[in-house]
Ligand binder design. Structure first.
Ligand SMILES: Cc1cc2nc3c(=O)[nH]c(=O)nc-3n(C[C@H](O)[C@H](O)[C@H](O)COP(=O)(O)OP(=O)(O)OC[C@H]3O[C@@H](n4cnc5c(N)ncnc54)[C@H](O)[C@@H]3O)c2cc1C
Length: 435
């Protein structure tokens, strides 16, 4: 007979949110056998951002168990033993293939049924693949995507195998920029290709992007903009040999990394729960439209109080905080209490080479650049403020100290008025530090 299991709480997904939710359950006290984390991945929750950074470095390499959650936010590292000690069932290599929210049950690929009282959906995102659009030759070997640790392991093996070879990065977003740098550090000959006029256009201004593109060029990375990959050549063994671009150019390639975006993994719940902006709609406690079902991290479309609108955020800081908020809300409601609604300040960051930037707030309105954004400088340091309706609503800083990053976060949170944009350019960081 098919197996059936019952848990008071089930978290489906075993990524960043799941790990931070588990820690929060642990803080509140969870009885043995009450909580299960069901994850497709074979390892306990880890800090996913490491996969595109130190995991790929030839020196100072990060490997598990080094980056299990919650080390990314300076917290305790939850090893598999931690879950065992707490009596939390970590059900790894277990994919949920069916969900029936009405009967409160999930079914795994192996046929086990999981019944629950409270469900937290933490399935995260999946990558968009070029094969999804039928791009010719896109199923060749050595064309990589990066989402889970298995993907990273395959890429690491290819980097070793194709020593000093040629790499083409398709996409100029987070993954493109971080992977371009990581492959260069591994001594590959790197070319980046993206259709937009500058990298990371969803966040960067042209001036910010010009700095990073200049810096990458100085490192020997070739950047081709305004065109896309339309096909791939491969050899008799099926290994990729070249990337064909829409503008007619053909780039030799031993390794291709594609970073063209993600898609929240909500398919299991389609038609059973209210959706908004491609995600599962929640309130400020991450409760969905279905009783006892919560959604956190990349899949949640939640009220962003500060801007009075619903948003979905695909960043690690929100994954951590939304998970904690949901567990606090679950626990409070069990005790007949209540907590404040989620009040999130958007925070994104990235690191590559010796560079490191942080952004807080909203990137809307006019912009003001300050500091030294010359990629040739020995110590470039610069930032940008976004100003809407006479107030600073967003702030970006490259090479900030922890105190300076705190100061720009404060700016984005309190949204101070600003009258003289030219003065803001000159004052730069002093404006933030004086608040
Ligand atoms: C390579 C990479 C680098 C990144 N770098 C940064 C960065 O520098 N800064 C930043 O802010 N953000 C970064 N992000 C984004 C950040 O990692 C995500 O926003 C965050 O991981 C989202 O957390 P989550 O828990 O919602 O989803 P995930 O961490 O993706 O976890 C989802 C989990 O659910 C599992 N799952 C999915 N479907 C099922 C199923 N049906 N059954 C069982 N399990 C399932 C998955 O296998 C996975 O383990 C990066 C992402 C990637 C991929």
């Amino acid at each position: 007979m098919a197996e059936e299991k019952f848990y008071k709480y089930v978290i489906v997904g075993g990524g960043v949110s799941a790990g931070y939710a588990a820690r929060e359950f642990g803080r509140h006290g969870v009885k043995p056998g009450e909580l299960a984390i069901i994850s497709k991945e074979a390892v306990a929750p880890y800090e996913r951002p490491a996969l595109s950074k130190a995991y790929l470095f030839p020196e100072g390499t990060a490997r598990l168990p080094g980056f299990h959650v919650c080390v990314g936010s300076g917290g305790e590292r939850l090893l598999p033993e931690w879950y065992a000690e707490k009596g939390i069932d970590l059900l790894l290599s277990t994919e949920i293939v069916k969900a029936d929210l009405a009967s409160k049950s999930l079914v795994s690929a192996a046929g086990t049924t999981f019944k629950y009282e409270v469900l937290i959906i933490a399935t995260g995102s999946t990558v968009i693949k070029l094969t999804d659009f039928g791009v010719q030759g896109a199923d060749a070997n050595n064309i990589f995507y990066l989402r889970e640790i298995d993907d990273a392991d395959k890429l690491v093996a290819a980097i070793k195998d194709k020593k000093d070879g040629k790499a083409v990065i398709v996409g100029g977003g987070y993954i493109g920029l971080e992977l371009g740098a990581a492959l260069k550090v591994n001594n590959l000959d790197v070319t980046m290709v993206y259709p937009e006029p500058w990298c990371m256009p969803r966040l960067f201004t042209a001036e910010i992007a010009a700095f990073y593109e200049g810096y990458y060029a100085n490192k020997g990375i070739k950047i081709i903009k305004g065109t896309v990959a339309v096909g791939f050549d491969s050899d008799a063994s099926g290994n990729v040999t070249a990337v064909k671009l829409k503008d007619g150019r053909v780039l030799d390639a031993d390794i291709v990394v594609v970073g063209v975006g993600g898609r929240p993994l909500t398919t299991l719940f389609k038609g059973q729960v209210e959706e908004e902006k491609n995600g599962i709609k929640t309130d400020g406690y991450f409760k969905t439209s279905v009783p006892d079902v919560y959604a956190v991290g990349d899949v949640a479309t939640f009220p962003l109080k500060l801007y009075n609108e619903l948003r979905r955020v695909e960043h690690v800081d929100h994954a951590r905080k939304s998970a904690e908020q949901a567990v606090k809300a679950i626990k409070a409601s069990e005790e007949g209490g209540s907590i404040e609604t989620y009040d999130y300040l958007p925070y994104f960051y990235s690191r590559s080479f010796n560079l490191s930037w942080q952004f807080y707030g909203d990137n809307v309105g006019d912009t003001v650049l300050f500091g030294d954004n010359n990629p040739e400088s020995s110590k470039p340091k610069f930032g940008t403020y976004w100003i809407k309706n006479g107030r600073v609503v967003g702030a970006f800083l490259e090479a900030g100290t922890p105190e300076e990053n705190k100061a720009i976060a404060k700016v984005a949170r309190i949204q101070p008025p600003v009258e003289d944009l030219e003065k803001l350019t000159k004052d730069g960081l002093a404006f933030a530090s004086a608040l």
